[in-house]
Design a binder for this molecule. Structure first.
Ligand SMILES: NC(=O)c1ccc[n+]([C@@H]2O[C@H](COP(=O)([O-])OP(=O)(O)OC[C@H]3O[C@@H](n4cnc5c(N)ncnc54)[C@H](OP(=O)(O)O)[C@@H]3O)[C@@H](O)[C@H]2O)c1
Length: 231
């Protein structure tokens, strides 16, 4: 039975992906900071480890959960933060970013994925597994107010794809899901009606098709996958 670790599996895209993988027979280890919301997301095949990816002890718990299953076939860095949303009416311009904002976003979106991947690299290599970072169009566009988050997503793309370049046994994907109707999206557009954005469940079949087709390592947009994997 294949084993996946999906960070941020209690809501949004991470929860939808965990449910879909579990329905296909995977064992899926997930985390999230709110233990009640995480518990509510558990289904048959899902193992919930509550905690914050920036916490070293929690990452040790994730590694132990993987080791107790004996292998790791898929590692998805999905947990992410926009940064100081809610402190202003809009995401701050780069000139207004504080050192605390920088540390929070960097530790969540870059530091934790880098350290966790390093800790689990041997397991991924041993199973010729797949490493995936959930990216964003902000990683390649330059939207005012999104600079800090966007730079972290560009950095995550770079980390994931460099791990792929350095380790022939694994395949590495930076996956841009496109806009989705989630809490993160609502936080980014306060007061805006986001009901026209697709549910994360609509993106998951494309992500699964990418995993199944397993094209070469690279950056893939859900919107473009039809041409690559025929969905
Ligand atoms: N929504 C969009 O339109 C959109 C567009 C492009 C890319 N993305 C990317 O897609 C991914 C999923 O986003 P989403 O919209 O599904 O977000 P979401 O609905 O806000 O869900 C985020 C998930 O991550 C968890 N999480 C957040 N910080 C965490 C931390 N420090 N440690 C552990 N878990 C943490 C959350 O649970 P807790 O809060 O309980 O920890 C939750 O389970 C993200 O990487 C995001 O950048 C989203």
């Amino acid at each position: 039975m294949p084993v996946a670790l999906v960070t941020g599996g209690s809501a949004g895209l991470g929860r939808a992906l965990a449910h879909a993988l579990a329905a296909e027979g995977w064992t899926v280890i997930v985390d999230g900071r709110d233990p009640d919301r995480l518990a509510a997301a558990v289904r048959r095949g899902i193992v919930a480890i509550p905690g914050d990816v920036t916490d070293a002890d929690h990452r040790a718990d994730l590694v132990a959960a993987v080791r107790s299953r004996g292998s790791l076939d898929l590692l998805v860095h999905n947990a992410s933060t926009l940064g100081p949303v809610g402190l202003a009416t809009w995401l701050p311009k780069l000139a207004d970013v504080t050192v605390d904002d920088l540390q929070h976003v960097w530790r969540t979106n870059l530091g934790a994925p880098l350290v966790l991947t390093t800790q689990l690299l041997g397991d991924l290599v041993a199973s010729s597994g797949i490493l995936m970072g959930i990216s964003s169009d902000a990683a390649v566009e330059h939207y005012p107010g999104w600079g800090l988050y966007a730079a972290s997503k560009a950095g995550l793309d770079h980390l994931v794809l460099t791990f792929g370049a350095e380790n022939e046994a694994i395949t590495a994907y930076a996956f841009d899901p496109g806009d989705m109707r989630t809490q993160m999206h609502a936080d980014a557009f306060p007061g805006e009606d986001i009901s026209d954005r697709p549910e994360p469940e609509t993106v998951v079949p494309r992500l699964l098709a990418l995993l199944a087709a397993r094209p070469e390592s690279g950056r893939y947009r859900a919107a473009d996958l039809g041409a690559v994997v025929g969905v």
